[in-house]
Ligand binder design. Structure first.
Ligand code: ADP
Ligand code: MG
Length: 235
């Protein structure tokens, strides 16, 4: 890690995080830090706890033990309402299967993210349109998800995740359901976002996604970090 990164603010800090489901531990003592401006890829075999890790950072679920601090907020101290506000305001999440709302247009899917935080509808729609424009899909703003290609759906999902200017953008296998060309476009988009300062934490099975997009790789096995390494980005 260079000295510039040393000084950069820690955006995500996990300390001794354990998550049990029944008798087994999906996360077994995970400690890690992500600094402002980093793009971190998490890799590891299926079932090793990658999605559970992202869900902890997203505040979608609570650890059994240990602490998760994001943007200075210790999630363990938040009430359910506080955690719901945190999810809407501090993090953006992109999933493998997009998770768009079928009966809302692309624009409304994106705008909804801001309306849920109390932004007036007009303002939310204006920002949503700006984002769709930056992501190159403003022309598809009135289309419903069923009419969009996979790559377009994922770009809408990225726009939605960015609406509230998240401290960290979380992406769980964001190219996993896309063909290689659409996957590369989404990769390029993530790289562009990181280059303008967006902190990224992504889970992937795809070594190409990791080496092209990420500045650091965290390898997981059996709910534990087994290796961390800096990457030379190839993009
Ligand atoms: P990955 O994303 O690396 O494939 P997951 O984080 O989804 O792995 O899962 C890690 C382990 O935790 C798996 O054994 C999985 O079956 C289990 N698990 C994940 N979520 C739940 C849940 N909601 N209830 C019960 N077990 C779960
Ligand atoms: Mg997963």
């Amino acid at each position: 890690m260079n000295s510039e990164q040393d000084r950069a603010q820690v955006v995500v800090r996990l300390d001794g995080v354990r998550k049990e489901y029944g008798d087994s531990a999906a996360l077994d003592g995970v400690s890690l830090e992500i600094r402002a401006g980093e793009a971190v890829a998490v890799m590891g075999p299926s079932g090793c706890g990658k999605s559970t890790l992202l869900n902890m950072v997203a505040g979608l679920d609570r650890p059994t033990a240990g602490s998760v601090v994001v943007h200075g907020e210790d999630l363990g101290t938040l009430s359910e309402t506080g955690l719901a506000l945190y999810r809407r305001r501090r993090v953006g999440m992109v999933f493998q299967f997009f998770n768009l709302i079928d009966d809302l247009s692309a624009l409304d899917n994106v705008a909804l993210a801001a309306q849920l935080t109390g932004s007036p509808a007009r303002q939310a729609r204006r920002r949503a349109l700006e984002l769709l424009d930056e992501l190159g899909i403003a022309g598809r703003r009135n289309a419903y998800p069923a009419a969009l290609s996979g790559g377009e759906r994922q770009r809408v999902a990225v726009a939605r995740a960015l609406m509230n200017r998240p401290a960290v953008l979380l992406a769980d296998e964001p190219t996993g359901a896309l063909d290689s060309r659409a996957g590369e476009q989404v990769m390029d988009l993530l790289i562009d976002l990181n280059q303008i300062g967006q902190t990224l934490l992504m889970v992937t099975h795809d070594p190409q996604l990791a080496t092209r997009c990420a500045s650091r790789l965290i390898e997981f096995a059996d709910g534990k970090v087994v290796r961390e390494s800096a990457l030379e980005r190839t993009a």
